[in-house]
Design a protein around this ligand. Structure first.
Ligand code: ZN
Length: 436
């Protein structure tokens, strides 16, 4: 981006400030939500992404001797998948044998060992590396950890009061969905919700293209101005290969919720587009893999390359007709669905527990894991789709959708859907303005 363009953008920003203020008031957005929302403009996307979180205690530490204030500081690290407590403590700058002993012995020390990957842990240490306090938030929104004074460790555990806010963000696919959501500062939880919502229309393992765009509106829970965790996706737009799909969350009077198009069509389809679980690992793998679609006629199935162990899901509700070893298919599952449909999942490394002939399964249930049993040169899933026992290409068949919004629900639905759709419009328009 050259200087002139930057200047133009600044001027535009100034011109649209009035309108922006209106947007902010209307949506109750915290300032950084707005900043991130504009992170999609080319060349600016990375500049808005926080690479290191500002260190600030989650809550006021009770034992805070102010005399030491200049020698004491909080550090923050994420507990990663495959991480160890010792590794985490060392990254937090803790060099303290007593603490290591405490972590191994005491009850609250042991509960620390149950840290979920992705949890942010904060440590208050002296310059010499002595640990004074440790804090993290549990899955149940509890603030946990301990304070330490001398050789005394006082466990901390209390409910964290959270306030919900609605955030809006957008992104553009350049290499993978997760690369795009990472760049926009969107959590994996929200990225996977996004993929699940459109799983009846988009196969996120093979349909994504460079230049696809998305906009999302979602809940985030804050404590004292800090985002603690993300909640539900309330609305989303996904522009896949130039085609726009929109979804809004609607819960009926009985509390049953689902995603619908803004005009009330159900986004849930009788069949998922992909039998593979969408995850950070499987997505990266499959984006590199180009399925040989033109060989479908001879092959009578679709091959999904995926890392061994990736979960395989039932694409629709049905009953297990076969689960076992079958020649070249290796470990295979065949499911019979309503309306003369059946699906086959082959080369599995293992089956889900309790799966046998006659088992009732629901869409999205895990059937087993990707492997290379039978005639397979590498780990992949072989997926077949039949209609009245005839092989069909599921990618070319129009499949029935779940029930739309009923006439009785229309008024309540529009009360929720219209403002959500307006938010999507707003974000899309402001992004376009910045991109012009
Ligand atoms: Zn195959």
């Amino acid at each position: 981006m050259n200087k002139k363009q930057i200047l133009t953008q600044i001027t535009r920003w100034g011109e649209s400030r009035l309108r922006l203020r209106w947007v902010i008031t209307l949506c109750g957005l915290p300032f950084f939500g707005v900043v991130a929302a504009f992170g999609t403009a080319p060349d600016t996307v990375f500049s808005f992404v926080p690479t290191k979180t500002i260190v600030e205690p989650l809550a006021v530490a009770s034992a805070a001797p102010s005399v030491e204030a200049d020698q004491v500081f909080w550090r923050e690290e994420r507990f990663a998948r495959g991480d160890t407590i010792a590794g985490l403590l060392s990254r937090l700058g803790v060099e303290d044998d007593e603490v290591h002993m405490f972590m191994r012995s005491a009850k609250s020390g042991r509960s620390m060992l149950l840290l979920r990957p992705g949890t942010t842990v904060q440590a208050r240490t002296t310059q010499a590396g002595a640990l004074l306090a440790l804090r993290f938030v549990t899955a149940k929104d509890q603030l946990a950890g301990f304070d330490r004074q001398g050789d005394e460790f006082t466990p901390v555990e209390r409910k964290l009061p959270l306030s919900a806010q609605v955030l809006m963000k957008s992104g553009e696919i350049r290499s993978s969905l997760f690369a795009a959501t990472d760049a926009a500062g969107i959590s994996d939880n929200v990225a996977i919700q996004l993929a699940d919502i459109f799983a009846g229309d988009i196969d996120f393992h093979r349909d994504l293209r460079r230049g696809d765009k998305f906009t999302i509106v979602y809940e985030t829970f804050f404590h004292e101005g800090r985002a603690i965790r993300t909640g539900r996706l309330l609305a989303a737009e996904f522009i896949n290969q130039g085609k726009s799909l929109r979804a809004v969350w609607f819960q009926d009077a009985e509390g049953k919720g689902g995603y619908y198009t803004p005009d009330g069509k159900n986004l849930r389809k009788a069949f998922l587009r992909s039998p593979l679980e969408f995850s950070r690992i499987s997505s990266g793998f499959s984006m590199r893999f180009h399925p040989i679609l033109q060989q479908w006629r001879a092959h009578r199935g679709i091959d999904y390359a995926a890392p061994a162990g990736t979960r395989v899901k039932a694409t629709a509700d049905g009953t297990v007709e076969f689960a076992g070893r079958q020649g070249g298919y290796g470990n295979a599952v065949v499911i019979r669905h309503q309306g003369g449909y059946s699906t086959t999942y082959a080369h599995l490394s293992r089956f889900a527990g309790g799966l046998r002939k006659g088992t009732r399964v629901f869409q999205g249930d895990v059937l087993g894991h990707v492997g290379q049993t039978g005639w397979a040169t590498g780990p992949h899933l072989h997926y077949e789709f039949r209609v009245n026992n005839q092989h069909r290409n599921p990618l070319t068949i129009a499949l029935p959708a779940a029930l739309p919004i009923t006439p009785q629900q229309v008024a309540a639905f529009h009360g929720v859907a219209t403002p959500l759709a307006a938010r999507l419009d707003m974000l899309r328009n402001t992004n376009l303005a910045l991109l012009e």
